[in-house]
Write a protein that binds this ligand. Sequence first.
Ligand SMILES: NC(=O)c1ccc[n+]([C@@H]2O[C@H](COP(=O)([O-])OP(=O)(O)OC[C@H]3O[C@@H](n4cnc5c(N)ncnc54)[C@H](OP(=O)(O)O)[C@@H]3O)[C@@H](O)[C@H]2O)c1
Length: 245
Amino acid sequence: MHRVVVAGGTGRTGKAVVRYLANCEEIEVVGVVSRMYAGTDLRKLLPDLNYSIPIFKQLEQALLAVKPTAVVDFTVPEAAVTHFRLCIDNKIHPIIGTTGFNDQEQSLFADLCLKHRVGGALIPNFALGMVVMKKALAEAAAIFPYVAVIDYYSDQKKEVPSGTSKQLAAELKIYDNYKCREIPVYSFRIPGQNASQQLKFGGQGETITISHDVSDRICFGLGVYKAVINIGKFNHLVTDLSDLL
Ligand SMILES: NC(=O)c1ccc[n+]([C@@H]2O[C@H](COP(=O)([O-])OP(=O)(O)OC[C@H]3O[C@@H](n4cnc5c(N)ncnc54)[C@H](OP(=O)(O)O)[C@@H]3O)[C@@H](O)[C@H]2O)c1
């Protein structure tokens, strides 16, 4: 049985992920971390949960009390860095969905995993549609000489551009067509907008658009589930969701 603590399990994404994981047979969500709801039970927020999940103020307390095998994090970068270190120190697998890290922080995560030989995951988009998008990206990038990355989110999303856009732009840079040029990234923040990631490829007299649209945050659940189940096979940092499927 995989014992999972979800840091940020009371947030918009964390709640959807907990709801998904709590229905998976091989996983028990043994705790949630939230400063605002600490000391209560997650059932107060999610009455349809089929078991009780205690809420802790800090990850340290959760680690001592419920001894997880993995920690899933959907919080903010500052907290996620602290959580990552704590996990590695305790030989617990960190699975980070939080976005917005700088290059230094990403290198730190990779170094910590390698040094302590603990598998960790840093995945800016757990939706399975992103795996398909990246496959389609490879086909189009081999043919079209121009590409732009576009992201649409609600105005609640602080990060500009999105972590997914940054990862897509980095991935495009490996193709000969784009090695020597800047890849433009356009971000739109619009009240009421669901998350949408697009790649627009251009050629002579034609364009092709690959679009991934989120209609419900439950779409992140299956990717996180796969990460929890498979992260034990690694002793380095995994950044590509397809490696965890
Ligand atoms: N990888 C993916 O597939 C994916 C998908 C969606 C979102 N995300 C990312 O996930 C993150 C969370 O997004 P969201 O929309 O769910 O945010 P949200 O609704 O604001 O929830 C944030 C959660 O983090 C906790 N939190 C906030 N500040 C904290 C701090 N300083 N220390 C500890 N906990 C803190 C909050 O609880 P308390 O304030 O009670 O502590 C809350 O539970 C963002 O970085 C977002 O880009 C990633």
